[in-house]
Design a protein around this ligand. Structure first.
Ligand SMILES: Cc1cc2nc3c(=O)[nH]c(=O)nc-3n(C[C@H](O)[C@H](O)[C@H](O)COP(=O)(O)OP(=O)(O)OC[C@H]3O[C@@H](n4cnc5c(N)ncnc54)[C@H](O)[C@@H]3O)c2cc1C
Length: 490
């Protein structure tokens, strides 16, 4: 096990490892911000304890993000509530975090100790305006709630691949089965209302004076302000009864991994048809014949064309569950509910090269074999990003930047039992090494919604210089970076 020879020192989670005096200072600042915000908004919107407080701190997808103890939780019902909270956070120099759907796998990016948590569970409205052909979404909505609210009009928001995912996805990019046809989810944003660190509220669009902020927010995750309203271009996808897509789940035995990875490399390299979409989830837990790999394939049409999916369909499979689906059906097909498990993601990105995919999978299996006692599952998840995803943008360039080639995001996903004590530093160090051994193919961006919190995702963006310039302009004192956990590099 080569990677164990160079162990990296103890892994820490952002500012969680505060020393006692730092923690005391943070607690004092947070208490001041909380009390002042409660003075403005009242006790129903600012809670220091109680059932709603407890439920919020537990309502995270990953076990590792549960159990933080914010000094208070603010439950805004309007942008002005967020402005009030942010003004006091800024004035008190308090730490803070923002939570929308709570599905971030990045440890610590959506919760806080000794700080203020802003949770959007009371801002969940979704509406469709036929005159502008846009869908307006409050930050507490999810993919499923938004889809259910508007499908009767024959339209959909473009989001992700699991109904429970929240609006945080839109700020990272947003990969969906409809991406090849409709683009990144963040590239279907028309307007964003954003509360800056000082509490100022601005509306950013592709063409107004905040166009640099508009671009930065799309890929900039939680670094550029708190979004209080998303206006999205509607996709005309039909109602829940319009079964315009065909496809579904195909399960392969573990013994098919090499054939599957070769087919995946060819698919990633050659795909030009925007009606086709796929995700390949390879089980890296072991290589026995009982291991199953899961792939979802979809095509906007009445069948899976052999010209696109033929190689996959010729690989012996354990089961195939294909059918006709509406966009609505597909939104609710993959379950992403909160389980008891701890989760850890790590990102890479590969061009369609057989050896790269096979080598990456072998390293993931090798890693998993070594840490089998600590893990209950390990996946190697491949999401193709054909060039059509960029061409479909309605919002202009995002901050990630088109690399000019078909590629796939690769997510190394570790699943732990619900006991943080089983995540020893040696495993964290080895996981970082696994990611270092699987760098992105030259020129490719990492995907921020699938990264490890230590990864330099922004530096991999084509539009990194513009991103840094926007950060310096809209947060000149570096308040966000100093006071909330999130991506590095600004
Ligand atoms: C089961 C599962 C399936 C997934 N499937 C997909 C997929 O198909 N496609 C895809 O692209 N990604 C997918 N992801 C990754 C997903 O995009 C990220 O987890 C996403 O950030 C989750 O958003 P959220 O609102 O649920 O989570 P949160 O944890 O609440 O938010 C995520 C981040 O955004 C910040 N944030 C949230 N709201 C705001 C706001 N209003 N203003 C400023 N910052 C804010 C938070 O502080 C946090 O850092 C999946 C994740 C999981 C766990």
């Amino acid at each position: 096990m080569l990677f164990l020879c160079s162990l990296i020192p103890l892994f820490t989670v952002g500012v969680a490892a505060q020393d006692a005096s730092t923690a005391a200072t943070a607690a004092t600042a947070a208490r001041a911000a909380c009390l002042a915000t409660r003075q403005d908004l009242g006790p129903t919107k600012v809670k220091f304890s109680g059932t709603q407080y407890d439920d919020t701190t537990e309502a995270y997808w990953s076990f590792f993000n549960r159990g933080d103890e914010p000094t208070c939780i603010v439950y805004p019902s309007s942008a002005s509530d967020v402005q009030a909270a942010m003004r006091h956070i800024f004035h008190s120099q308090s730490d803070y975090a923002v939570r929308a759907g709570g599905h971030s796998p990045m440890i610590g990016w959506n919760g806080i100790n000794n700080g203020v948590l802003i949770s959007f569970e009371d801002m969940t409205d979704v509406s469709y305006d036929a005159s502008s052909d846009t869908i307006t979404v409050q930050p507490g909505a999810t993919a499923g709630s938004a889809e259910a609210a508007v499908e009767s009009h024959g339209v959909s928001p473009v989001w992700g691949r699991a109904d429970v995912i929240g609006t945080g996805l839109l700020l990272g990019g947003g990969i969906s089965f409809q991406g090849p046809l409709y683009g990144w989810a963040s590239d279907r944003i028309k307007e964003l209302d954003v509360v800056l660190v000082t509490g100022e509220l601005v509306t950013a669009t592709a063409t107004n004076e905040y166009s640099d902020l508009f671009r930065a927010l799309r890929g900039g995750a939680n670094r550029f302000g708190i979004v209080t309203r998303y206006e999205l271009y509607a996709a005309h996808t039909g109602t829940r009864d319009d079964k315009l897509w065909y496809g579904g789940l195909i399960v392969y035995p573990g013994s098919s991994s090499t054939a599957l990875l070769k087919a995946t490399a060819h698919y990633v390299r050659d795909l030009t048809d925007p009606n086709a979409a796929a995700i390949m989830i390879l089980n890296a837990y072991d290589t026995t014949s009982t291991t199953a790999h899961a792939c979802y394939f979809f095509y906007k049409g009445t069948s899976l064309p052999a010209s696109v999916f033929g190689e996959f369909l010729s690989i012996p499979s354990t089961s195939q569950n294909f059918s006709s689906y509406s966009f609505y059906d597909i939104t609710f097909l993959i379950q992403g509910d909160n389980g008891p498990n701890g989760q850890q993601y790590g990102a890479s990105a590969f061009i369609g090269d057989e050896a790269t995919f096979i080598n990456g999978y072998a390293k993931a299996v090798n890693f998993t074999q070594h840490f089998k006692e600590q893990l209950i599952r390990s996946e190697y998840t491949i999401s193709p990003i054909p060039l059509s995803v960029w061409a479909a943008s309605l919002s202009g360039p995002n901050s990630i930047g088109n690399p000019g080639v078909n590629y796939a995001t690769v997510d190394f996903n570790l699943v732990f039992p619900d006991n943080e004590a089983t995540r020893p530093p040696v495993l964290n160090a080895a996981f970082k090494l696994l990611l270092a051994q699987n760098p992105p193919s030259p020129g490719l961006p990492l995907y921020i919604n699938e990264c490890h919190q230590s990864q330099e995702v922004f530096a991999s963006y084509r539009n990194y210089p513009a991103l840094k310039a926007a950060y310096a302009k809209y947060d000149p004192t570096g308040f966000n970076v100093a006071h909330t956990r999130g991506p590095k590099g600004l």
